[in-house]
Design a binder for this molecule. Structure first.
Ligand code: SF4
Length: 62
């Protein structure tokens, strides 16, 4: 199973990933996206979030 990881050094908190996969990503008070449910990726296409992140901050790891 793949799980998503956010590089918070790169993330600008734009919210695109949260919009695409709200079960998986949440932009916190620190204006960084955080993975709130790794297994939420099974119910959506996190690859789209990876491809849509303007900073290239999201990775899918095995
Ligand atoms: S799409 Fe990328 S830059 Fe935007 S909030 Fe998500 S991880 Fe951060």
């Amino acid at each position: 199973m793949v799980r998503p990881v956010v590089d918070t050094e790169l993330c600008t908190g734009c919210g695109t990933c949260e919009s695409l996969c709200p079960d998986v990503f949440e932009v916190g008070d620190d204006d960084k996206s955080h993975v709130i449910n790794e297994e939420g990726c099974n119910g959506c296409d996190c690859q789209e979030a990876v491809d849509s992140c303007p900073e290239g901050a999201i990775s899918l790891v095995e």
